[in-house]
Ligand binder design. Structure first.
Ligand SMILES: *Cc1c(COP(=O)(O)O)cnc(C)c1O
Length: 229
């Protein structure tokens, strides 16, 4: 199956459910991204800043880029001019820097709070209490150049289906709680980014509004051609 065929398969399934497809193009060459673009895909997710910046520079300007990987505060400035959605906000410190760089670029940057749902030590993300604390803070209240539009979560690797299901359910409950407490009147707070190649159907059943799919669109990830931070 070609990249275009794979995309087509997802498109009909996701369109029907009004779920947005983020094509995860990390470690893929720009020509693979272009192939997906030519097949109609406009939203791409990357998880390394340097790789994202290099691709953004050579690919069509109407691509909507999402950052889905851990973001260091000192790298925010490189993506602030063009990024459409930062899905991986995992601290108040990072959000503060995004707000600052967005202001410098005279724009508002949409963000998701990455919530820790996996049963693993290795995943980044905020606990529920930390997310609430961030949203309650005076610092957040004063931010003019960021907008929190929802939450993102990554389920445990290699988990049994039952566990993955519980993790997605947990994220949905957290989303609902945050919505009621902080964004009751904010229509823009509506995104739940959960689901990848292996578990997107489960995620959609649990209320996902965007799925992040890489390997089953692009095939196996290429050798890391880009310098990793
Ligand atoms: C790599 C990655 C994906 C895509 O994973 P696949 O299994 O290739 O679909 C989704 N989300 C995040 C945060 C990732 O790093």
């Amino acid at each position: 199956m070609s990249i275009a065929d794979n995309l087509l398969k997802y498109k009909s399934e996701l369109d029907q459910a009004s779920v947005k497809l983020i094509a995860v193009s990390k470690y893929q060459q720009a020509d693979a991204v272009l192939e997906a673009y030519n097949a109609g895909q406009r939203v791409f997710g990357e998880n390394i800043v340097q790789e994202l910046v290099e691709k953004q520079a050579v690919l069509p300007t109407d691509i909507e880029w999402h950052l889905i990987g851990h973001l260091q505060t000192n790298k925010v400035k490189y993506i602030a001019p063009f990024i459409s959605l930062i899905q991986s906000v995992d601290s108040l410190k990072l959000l503060t820097e995004i707000n600052k760089q967005a202001a410098k670029n005279k724009r508002v940057i949409d963000c998701l709070l990455q919530i820790y749902i996996a049963d693993e030590e290795t995943k980044f993300g905020l606990g529920f209490d930390e997310a609430v604390e961030l949203l309650r803070s005076d610092e957040f209240a004063a931010m003019q150049n960021v907008r929190i539009v929802g939450v993102m979560g990554i389920a445990s690797n290699h988990a049994q289906e039952k566990q993955t299901l519980e993790e997605f359910k947990e994220l949905k409950v957290l989303f609902d709680g945050i919505k009621v407490s902080f964004f009751r009147k904010a229509d823009y707070f509506k995104e739940i980014s959960m689901g990848m190649s292996g578990d997107y159907k489960l995620a959609m059943d649990q209320g996902s509004t965007m799925v992040r799919i890489g390997s089953s669109i692009f095939g196996k990830r290429r050798i890391k051609h880009y310098t990793v931070e």
